[in-house]
Ligand binder design. Structure first.
Ligand code: ADP
Ligand code: MG
Length: 293
């Protein structure tokens, strides 16, 4: 394509809400055959709500919300926001943790009211050799079967509760995925979340391939593996967790509604955070470069 055509393509992209880092990006966009989609915040809204609290015998729901809410208040993760907001709505003000650490892809840990508290995946508890009692394991299983994310809460060495949080698929996601398929791309859902939850979201939006329970630092390896199979890979994401994978992908598409780290790592920004813009970008590049008219 001529430089003029590329410039026109770039300008048209801006009108469609697609910011393109440079004209050469259009060339890669044209070639991709696989599109890896992050779940939370990309396919779903990422605005999660706390839906239920299951406690073990002898533990008060208020205490669970106080300790878990205080810790999650210090984290920006969508799950954390849901827990902190849900707790604040029910209890009012929450205490400040005396100590706090983020454990990427697993949860948070810290000290609240003198208790050593963990909030996150069961795997986080397992690292501290804390087991989930049968009633909480059942609550977790039922929540996940219903497509919800189950978060465990433990303090002072024992699991005390399971929290159910959920977000919704973006209205635009199913249509966008149909359009991406019509353009010949294979969609793959990639997430750190549980497999059962991921499968439920994938079914809702029309994706057949799911790669779940992937640690943040391993998302980039998933992209490398697909590339080693000879695929040309686009990756769409919004989180700090997605930045390395966005940079590794042949084409990185960042949600404009996402984190700065993702936007910096991407080749394209989908300004409105609508996946339809990913399909628009691919159509535009093919048209600009003369593959379709
Ligand atoms: P995704 O790939 O879907 O954007 P992440 O890799 O950020 O998800 O997180 C994976 C999983 O780890 C979440 O679904 C949640 O179960 C757990 N998790 C991560 N951060 C937190 C947190 N602050 N509080 C509780 N759970 C968390
Ligand atoms: Mg995300």
């Amino acid at each position: 394509a001529t430089p003029t055509a590329l410039m026109v393509g770039t300008g048209r992209g801006a009108q469609l809400g697609i910011l393109i880092k440079g004209p050469e990006v259009l060339e890669t966009t044209r070639k991709v055959d696989t599109i890896v989609l992050d779940k939370t915040g990309t396919v779903t809204t990422g605005r999660m709500t706390l839906l239920a609290v299951h406690t073990v015998e002898g533990t008060e729901e208020r205490e669970v919300l106080r300790l878990a809410g205080a810790l999650e208040n210090a984290s920006e993760h969508p799950v954390a926001q849901a827990v902190a907001t849900g707790a604040a709505e029910r209890l009012g003000a929450l205490p400040d943790p005396e100590d706090f650490a983020n454990v990427p892809g697993l949860g948070v840990q810290g000290i609240v009211d003198g208790h050593a508290v963990l909030v996150g995946r069961t795997k986080l508890l397992a690292e501290w050799s804390i087991e989930l009692p049968a009633d909480l394991a059942r609550a977790r299983h039922d929540a996940e079967a219903a497509g919800r994310t189950a978060i465990t809460v433990a303090w002072d060495g024992a699991a005390r509760a399971v929290l159910e949080v959920a977000d919704a698929v973006k209205d635009t996601s199913p249509q966008a995925i149909r359009r991406l398929r019509a353009l010949g791309l294979t969609p793959i859902l990639l997430t750190g979340d549980n497999k059962t939850v991921a499968d439920s979201v994938a079914t809702e939006v029309g994706i057949d391939e799911v790669i779940a329970e992937v640690m943040p630092e391993d998302k980039v390896d998933v992209v490398k593996r697909l590339q080693a199979e000879g695929r040309s890979v686009a990756m769409v994401g919004d989180g700090v967790n997605d930045a390395a994978a966005l940079a590794q992908a042949d084409l990185g598409l960042a949600m404009g509604t996402g984190t700065d780290a993702a936007i910096e790592a991407g080749d394209l920004t989908l300004v409105r955070g609508d996946l339809n813009a990913a399909a628009d970008a691919i159509r535009l590049s093919r048209r600009t470069l003369g593959t379709i008219r």
